[in-house]
Design a binder for this molecule. Structure first.
Ligand code: KDG
Length: 332
């Protein structure tokens, strides 16, 4: 029985072996990446039944993706091979400080050809029947009109099944401009229960409201509540995370980050956070404690190279939380 469904484009990432600028990178390692697939693997490692809807190309990269997701225990019944387009690729540098430069080769890719029909077919096969949670991101609607419709369809169907729906804003400025993204993301945010994002992303979403400063994440999260979700989470990286709830918007729930001695590769940490947060909420853990679980997963991901390698198992997460001062007793 599938308890979580997610959809999007799983792609192959070539990550520079050495930290530094892309112009100097000469050797790369191949990883499986893609925000929603990262969340799916994170949830599978935490013992959840999770399904991924998407398309891959009829090539070795698509096969590598399919094998990895399957090997992690993700239900790939609705990850289909599109014979007419290649699997998407990305190349990225590694940066410990600041944003890493990314180059995509994904325009016209198999994953970007996802359509509402793919989701309808999965629904007809019963994938949403016992689903308690749908997770979507702001990347998929940026890929194509069809992929955007697929996201909207998944939200509509999950809603009729009474699932909780989360949206990680994941603004990708290489795919669309802030002006293009803002109205689309706002509309999605109005139809979900949980919105997650960095302060920078929340500021784009809130741009038509009387925006508080990006340096006040709680105010940004509160402004996002006005759009419609019942919970808004601000992911603050090394600053941990905070959340506000519609029931009591003045109460700021916050959890500090795990102190890392070395950040090996922060990309993918936000997806790991989502996996930890969703797993906690599925167990009815309260929002404040769910933030702590998300932070621990995020730190574990940032401590390893690639998006998925460091995603913790249930036992690894328990050990991390046990060692952490201030961990709420409900999750220790
Ligand atoms: O969150 C990590 C993702 O950004 C990465 O895996 C690639 O999905 C990706 C994207 O579209 O940038």
């Amino acid at each position: 029985v599938t308890s979580v469904v997610t959809l999007g484009e799983c792609l192959i990432a070539f990550v520079a072996d050495e930290p530094g600028p892309l112009s100097e990178a000469v050797s790369f390692r191949r990883f499986v990446a893609g925000a929603e697939a990262n969340v799916a693997v994170g949830l599978a490692r935490l013992g959840r039944d999770v399904a991924f809807i998407g398309r891959i190309g009829p090539d070795g990269f698509g096969q590598a993706i399919s094998r990895r997701l399957l090997g992690e225990g993700v239900d790939t019944t609705h990850l289909v091979v599109d014979p007419g387009a290649p699997t998407a690729l990305m190349f990225r540098e590694r940066r410990i400080l600041g944003a890493a430069q990314v180059v995509y080769a994904r325009s016209g890719s198999a994953g970007s050809r996802l359509e509402a029909d793919d989701v309808e077919r999965a629904a007809a096969a019963g994938i949403f029947d016992a689903t308690r949670w749908l997770h979507v991101t702001g990347i998929t609607p940026a890929l194509s009109a069809g992929a955007r419709a697929a996201t909207e369809t998944a939200i509509r169907i999950a809603r009729t099944h009474g699932a909780t729906i989360s949206l990680d804003l994941n603004l990708r400025r290489r795919l669309w401009s802030d002006a293009e993204a803002a109205p689309v993301l706002r509309e999605l945010a109005a139809n979900v229960d949980v919105v997650l994002g960095s302060p920078d992303e929340l500021a784009v979403l809130d741009r038509s409201t009387d925006i508080p400063s990006v340096t006040d994440p709680a105010a940004l999260a509160r402004a996002t509540l006005e759009i419609g979700p019942s919970v808004v989470v601000a992911k603050l990286g090394a600053g941990g995370s905070l959340a506000v709830e519609r029931d009591d918007p003045d109460r700021i729930l916050a959890a500090p980050a795990l102190a890392l001695t070395a950040v090996v590769d922060p990309i993918g940490a936000g997806d790991a956070f989502c996996a930890g947060f969703i797993a906690a909420r599925l167990d009815s853990v309260d929002v404040a404690a769910a933030l702590a679980m998300g932070n621990a997963c995020g730190a574990a991901a940032a401590a390893t190279l690639g998006d998925q390698a460091g995603l913790p198992t249930r036992e690894e997460l328990a050990a991390l939380l046990y060692a952490l001062p201030g961990t709420p007793d409900t999750i220790r």
